[in-house]
Design a binder for this molecule. Structure first.
Ligand code: HEC
Ligand code: HEC
Length: 341
């Protein structure tokens, strides 16, 4: 009797400890599924103003077509394969992803694209990370950034992508490896309150919004083996991109002497418009050919915001051979010149 009581007490203790461990580490979402709200029947009215704003955002700011279309990676401006705008991209060409990832066909084709998905299904996928079929989207789809899109900007993007010519193109579906497949379920967060237009009055505020929805940090902040951003290294560069475009590390965009202190507004605009920094040609994985469609005013705002970034000492130089970096723990050009202090 006494022995049974001890066993029972131990089992209860272990269960409590396990529950606490789950609560304070990965949380319960991997087991019970993502936070998601039910879909509504809302339809976004197709107005010319929305279409124009949507086109501007999609083609110049939120790089939807950069990920959702196949490219000719042999060219410096990585053009979209003709007639395939929005028809999806198979990311198996890119090394280092946890599984086979596909950015789906988002053209209005009813069989292979988004033709039968409701407006609200698109809205929920874009800002809240739940696919039309209820699945948690792999957060490479930058829904965590797109949460900051106002209701009006979201409606504009949807009105625009609905106007794309439908393309018939079926692609393999995303297959994420275990345990990542379950862990990502804690990322989605429903939006239940209105999201207002961003404060566009001050250049720095305007720039901060643009940089967020353009996803600059997703590439320019270095990450650990689990794909998580390294603490204190915002925009400090060193994330590796390996694929048909070659193998390059992202640049340190902070105003530190090891970053881009020598940029002025004119050089920044020229770089984004041409993909060339003086005599140095930027690799085509840097989507300058998207951002070049921004207005002068918006690009100036982006630069004004970059100038306010906290300086981080981290040299990344793709013109030098890759060497191990003590700071971000990967091999990149100039890595051996970085030391932890
Ligand atoms: C950095 C690359 C990237 C960018 C930029 C991007 N997407 Fe995605 N998107 C993806 C990937 C990858 C998936 C698939 C994720 C998965 O299968 O788990 C996806 C999924 C989606 C889905 C979900 C489809 C479904 O199953 O319901 C929609 C809709 C979508 N994207 C629209 C957009 C729009 C609109 C934009 C621009 C505002 C955009 N995406 C920008 C990579 C991207
Ligand atoms: C898909 C990943 C990706 C995204 C998104 C991205 N970049 Fe880059 N960027 C790169 C890579 C890689 C390089 C380095 C290219 C090289 O050295 O050839 C780079 C280089 C640059 C450079 C050149 C720095 C130098 O060496 O002189 C600037 C400026 C820049 N990015 C700004 C931005 C801004 C601003 C944004 C957002 C609006 C952005 N990037 C978004 C990948 C990205």
């Amino acid at each position: 009797m006494r022995f049974m009581k001890i066993v029972l007490a131990v089992v209860v203790c272990l269960a409590v400890l396990l529950a606490a461990a789950i609560t304070f580490t990965i949380g319960w979402r991997p087991f019970i599924g993502p936070r998601a709200r039910p879909l509504t029947g809302r339809v976004f009215e197709r107005t010319p103003q929305r279409w124009a704003r949507g086109k501007y955002l999609v083609e110049g700011v939120t790089p939807c077509m950069d990920c959702h279309s196949p490219h000719d990676w042999t060219q410096h401006d990585a053009p979209i394969v003709p007639g395939m705008e929005g028809a999806g991209m198979d990311f198996s060409v890119m090394k280092g992803l946890p599984g086979r990832i596909t950015a789906p066909n988002i053209t209005p084709d009813p069989e292979t694209g988004a033709g039968t998905w409701s407006d609200d299904a698109l809205a929920r996928a874009i800002r809240e990370g739940i696919g039309h079929d209820g699945r948690t989207l792999f957060p490479m789809m930058p829904y965590e950034n797109f949460r900051h899109l106002s209701d009006e900007d979201l409606a504009s993007i949807i009105v625009y992508i609905r106007s794309l010519p439908p393309v018939r193109n079926s692609l393999p579906s995303t297959e994420i490896i275990f345990p990542v497949k379950y862990l990502i379920r804690s990322v989605p967060e429903p939006i239940t309150a209105p999201v207002l237009d961003p404060d566009q009055s001050q250049p720095v505020k305007r720039g901060e919004f643009l940089v967020k929805v353009a996803g600059c940090a997703d590439c320019h902040t270095p990450i650990d083996d689990h794909g998580q951003p390294l603490a204190g290294m915002d925009y400090a560069g060193g994330q590796i991109f390996d694929g048909p475009w070659g193998k390059v590390a992202t640049a340190n965009l902070t105003p530190d002497p090891s970053g881009i202190p020598y940029y002025d507004e004119a050089l920044f605009l020229q770089t984004i418009r041409t993909g060339v920094v003086k005599a140095r040609t930027l690799n085509q994985i840097m989507p300058w050919f998207v951002y070049r469609n921004m207005t002068d005013e918006d690009l100036k705002a982006v630069f004004a915001y970059l100038k306010t970034l906290k300086q981080v000492k981290h040299l990344v130089d793709n013109t030098e051979p890759p060497t191990m970096c003590e700071i971000c723990k990967v091999e990149h050009g100039g890595g051996d010149k970085n030391h932890k202090n």
